[in-house]
Ligand binder design. Structure first.
Ligand code: GLA
Length: 658
């Protein structure tokens, strides 16, 4: 178990560093992420490097037995860079150049930025590749955070290069984007631009490719740094910190290039349900690379500074959320940051060592958590035995997010998370994967709004059902190809076989929060009781499937709402609407039952969560009252054999089951 946080010694005089190391030892810190925003300190001018201070800090940490996750410091360019090379600055969709004075003010595709970043990383890698304190490399920081897309001339030139590589000929590009529509036919790649502000809707193929390009530009920056570090002979694992389900970067594609997945998570203490979003994020991280334990690279000990109202964490909440990460596959808990800053935009952000000192609840909780983690035995690693796959796909997310759909109020991530919450309330272990990763290890796969479906994903889902799995799909699933174009033969052209249905119309309802008149809800009824559909009430035509639930009102009254179709050894379910929270709950219950999926632990209230990590079951009470839980085995936090445990609010038990 790693334990620690971001360490920014450049913000403090050197005498403080000695106190820092002593305090870190007291708190049980094992590793710090060093120098993430220290570029201007490391390189005060172009071609001029000052590493003596960094040598001293690293040696000091090493003497104190604290390992270093060494940052490459490329996330915030120093002032000399924009002074001399203003062309590195990013530009918004409206043509506004984003200036310096904050952080992340660089165009990821800028050749000048990349050259200067490469120079910095080369110097750092050559100096520290063999340093015994350095156990990990932290490339850049939160790629794409703040700057979700860049529309500068750097991006223009790089987008053209990227499209040339992808399509080879401009005719292939025209075909992929369907440019015969609205007279958009290109005769040269040099006519193509990023989708900058325009009079009306952009070409959806262009929008989708620009998202791919944006993710790829950030990934190229990461890969460039990674190669420099490796070329210098470094053998430590290399990573960059993710931000949960972060739309601009396709982490399902990036994960292959991380030696270890690391993640930053800031659930809102104001939201009593945010622990469910936390669980979703942690399951996503584990699922990205199940064979290697991930690390929680950043969280807050207490209050933040960047929400409209930054509530403190309640006593015990930080520890409960930390152990939620461990329960869901993490082998390390780190914070932003070690010592609270005394100046700058984040001076109100909590830290491990608060500005108010060591006489604080935060410090007591930090030292207690350090001791707790240090006492834990090694925990199981590897793909767990989740029987449910929740399908989340970045490309489908991007495509759904484009305008000009039957229902433009469909929030893809929110819909996926709504299903996750239903499963979480039922204490079911879930992996969150793209469709290509759905296979026979699962009993049930849920694929909501899988609008863009790649041929490999379609083949995997088809084979999954035929091999004996239950697939619950829809609505707005299997609509377009990877270029956001319809396929011949209508909709559900790939999954229609196993689902036994076709779609005639998407049947948009007025979104629940949209103004104006019109139908907003589609009531339905089935063996799970009555439920409410929202957003879409599709016109489904049965082609072999039986109707399980029927719309009971509105324009689709009497028509199928949920269908079931036996295909091969499995079952394809199709749902024609987006149920509300209770509806997802009821339908999930029915389908879990039919697929024979059991919860991690039965009989728990929905505010108590249960997660399995190999033979260790963790239960956490996120409710407001004490709860008794029947779970027998060796309780790792108390070091005792138990038959049951009583959990106070934010109480945790980790039971190795016999
Ligand atoms: C992000 C950054 C950190 C810090 C925190 C504050 O995660 O990586 O540098 O700004 O947010 O919550």
């Amino acid at each position: 178990m790693h334990y620690g946080g971001d360490y920014n010694p450049e913000q403090w005089p050197e005498e403080i560093w000695h106190e820092d190391v002593a305090r870190m030892r007291e708190a049980g810190v094992t590793m710090v992420s060093l120098g993430i925003f220290a570029w201007s300190r490391i390189q005060p001018a172009e071609g001029e490097f000052d590493l003596d201070w960094l040598d001293r800090v690293i040696d000091l940490l090493h003497e104190g037995g604290i390992a270093v996750d060494l940052a490459t410091a490329t996330a915030s360019p120093p002032p000399w860079m924009h002074e001399r090379y203003p062309e590195i600055l990013p530009v918004t969709v409206d043509g506004v150049t984003l200036g310096p004075g904050s952080r992340q003010h660089y165009a990821p595709s800028s050749p000048v930025y990349r050259r200067l970043a490469a120079e910095l990383v080369t110097v750092l890698a050559e100096r520290y590749a063999g340093h015994p304190a350095v156990v990990m490399w932290h490339v850049n920081n939160e790629y794409g955070c703040h700057l979700h897309a860049d529309y500068s001339d750097n991006a223009r030139d790089a987008f053209r290069r990227w499209l040339r590589e992808r399509y080879g000929t401009v005719d292939a590009l025209n075909d992929a984007w369907g440019t015969s529509f609205w007279s958009q036919r290109y005769t040269s790649f040099d006519q193509v631009l990023p989708p900058r502000a325009a009079p009306y809707s952009h070409n959806p193929g262009q929008l989708l490719d620009f998202r791919r390009f944006t993710s790829d530009m950030l990934l190229e920056c990461y890969l460039m740094e990674r190669e420099i570090i490796r070329a210098a002979g470094a053998t430590q694992p290399i990573t960059t910190n993710f931000m949960g389900a972060f739309m601009p970067a396709n982490y399902q594609q990036w994960a292959a290039h991380m030696d270890v997945v690391t993640d930053d998570a800031y659930p809102d203490p104001n939201d009593p349900e945010s622990f469910r979003a936390g669980a979703f994020q942690r399951d996503l991280m584990r699922s990205l690379k199940p064979e290697v334990p991930w690390l929680l690279m950043e969280q807050a000990t207490n209050a933040l500074n960047w929400r409209p109202a930054n509530a403190p964490k309640a006593p015990g909440q930080m520890e409960a959320l930390s152990l939620q990460s461990v329960a869901r596959g993490a082998d390390g808990i780190l914070f932003f940051q070690w010592r609270q800053s005394r100046a700058g935009a984040e001076k109100f952000h909590s830290a491990m060592l608060p500005h108010a000192g060591t006489g604080t609840r935060t410090w007591r909780e930090v030292t207690r958590l350090g001791a707790t983690l240090a006492a834990l035995p090694e925990l199981p690693v590897g793909q767990d035995d989740a029987r449910v796959a929740l399908v989340l796909d970045w490309e489908s997310w991007w495509a759904v997010d484009s305008p000009d759909h039957p229902q433009n109020g469909l929030d893809y991530l929110e819909v996926v998370q709504r299903w996750y919450r239903a499963l979480h309330r039922r204490h079911v272990q879930v992996d969150i994967v793209p469709p290509e990763r759905v296979d026979g290890r699962y009993a049930l796969a849920l694929a909501p709004a899988l609008y863009l479906l790649r041929p490999e994903g379609a083949a995997a889902l088809d084979a999954f059902v035929r091999g004996g799995g239950h697939l619950l799909a829809g609505p707005f699933t299997d609509v377009v190809d990877p270029q956001d174009r319809f396929l011949d033969g209508g909709f559900l052209t790939r999954l229609g076989g196993v689902l036994g249905v076709g779609i005639e119309d998407f049947g948009a309802l007025v979104a629940p929060d949209a103004p104006g008149p019109g139908e907003r809800e589609a009531p339905l009824e089935g063996p799970f009781g009555a439920a409410t559909g929202t957003l879409l009430a599709e016109e489904v035509v049965a082609r072999g499937a039986e109707t399980v639930a029927t719309f009971t009102g509105g324009r689709r009254a009497g028509d199928p709402a949920l269908t079931r179709h036996g295909a091969g050894d499995g079952v394809g379910w199709y749902l024609a609407t987006v149920p509300d929270e209770d509806g997802c709950d009821a339908i999930a219950g029915h389908v879990l039952d039919q697929a024979g999926v059991a919860p991690v632990l039965a009989g728990l209230p929905p505010t108590v969560e249960a997660a399995r990590r190999g033979d260790v079951v963790t239960v956490i009470n996120f409710g407001a009252a004490d709860v008794d839980v029947d779970v027998a085995g060796h309780e790792l936090l108390r070091g005792a054999d138990v038959e049951s445990v009583t959990l106070a609010p934010f109480g945790v038990a980790m039971v190795r089951r016999s």
